[in-house]
Design a protein around this ligand. Structure first.
Ligand code: 5GP
Length: 259
């Protein structure tokens, strides 16, 4: 069998040519990076968990009418997706102050924001994905005004849906990152949700303990990354039946570390 063609390799994923024109295979790696790839590591099993979590979230979003690139999961680490032209903007949705917002504006982490905040970063690794304004997006024509409206509408719908989905399992959706792409249909294109939604690109805090259940465990050297990702999958009902014991609870992890 011919070796399939690699289209792109990113920090956490590889894209291969798909079985039909207009499709790609998205492979989820265990590699983890932070701070613009200055910190690198591996989280064993992360790719499998993110593939499953992202499949779940994209499927539910599809069910409520949010168009996405997801077609179906192929195996433990791969999913079939529609090929899109990625809009070079990371869309950050925030409900609670944390991360770079807290640092930039001196707002204490955990402060509930008075309204949902949408921020944009220009996707450029060499520049460290700088924060940009809507004016920059229009000025440099990274997407049209109509496309940006569609992106904003979808981001708000996705946030409302996901906030509820996670709240139902005792998780606070603090913030997250989205990426969108253009799907070409003849002479026209429309914006659809692309990339992934997983604990790599979301801040997820336990609602009662504020325990971090996301990539901040890696970024901030807290340990217990796999356990946190497993816990998210378990609460969403995605862990195999009878496998509850596979989840090492974070409380005992913390005690072991003596913090
Ligand atoms: P912050 O700007 O505070 O670092 O990140 C805000 C949110 O967007 C966090 O949930 C973070 O995980 C996500 N995010 C921002 N930039 C990236 C990125 O380049 N990759 C990933 N996976 N997530 C990101």
């Amino acid at each position: 069998m011919a070796r399939r063609r690699q289209i792109y390799e990113g920090k956490a994923k590889i894209l291969y040519e798909g079985p039909e024109p207009g499709t790609l295979i998205q492979y989820f790696k265990d590699d983890a990076t932070a701070f613009n790839a200055q910190k690198r590591g591996t989280i064993n099993g992360k790719g499998v968990l993110n593939n499953r979590i992202s499949e779940h979230v994209f499927t539910l979003l599809g069910n409520i009418g949010v168009p996405t690139h997801f077609i179906r999961r192929l195996n433990m680490r791969e999913q079939l997706i529609r090929q899109v032209e990625i809009v070079p903007i990371e869309v950050i949705v925030r409900n609670v102050a944390a991360g770079t917002l807290s640092k930039r504006l001196g707002i204490e982490e955990g402060t509930q924001l008075p309204r949902t905040l949408i921020e944009y970063c220009y996707k450029d690794d060499a520049l460290g994905d700088p924060l940009v304004a809507e004016e920059h997006i229009a000025c440099f024509n990274w997407c049209s005004q109509d496309e940006l409206h569609d992106i904003q509408d979808m981001a708000i719908r996705i946030n409302d849906f996901m906030s509820g989905m996670f709240a139902a399992v005792g998780i606070r959706l603090v913030d997250f990152k989205l990426e969108f792409g253009r799907l070409y249909e003849g002479d026209f294109s429309r914006i659809i949700l692309a990339d992934e939604i997983s604990p790599d690109g979301c801040r997820l805090w336990d609602m009662t303990t504020n325990e971090k259940l996301d990539k901040d465990r890696f970024r901030r050297d807290l340990g217990g990354e796999v356990e946190a990702y497993q816990e998210v999958a378990r609460r969403l009902g995605l862990m195999p039946e009878g496998n509850e014991n596979a989840v090492l609870d974070l409380e005992s992890h913390r005690k072991k570390k003596g913090s």
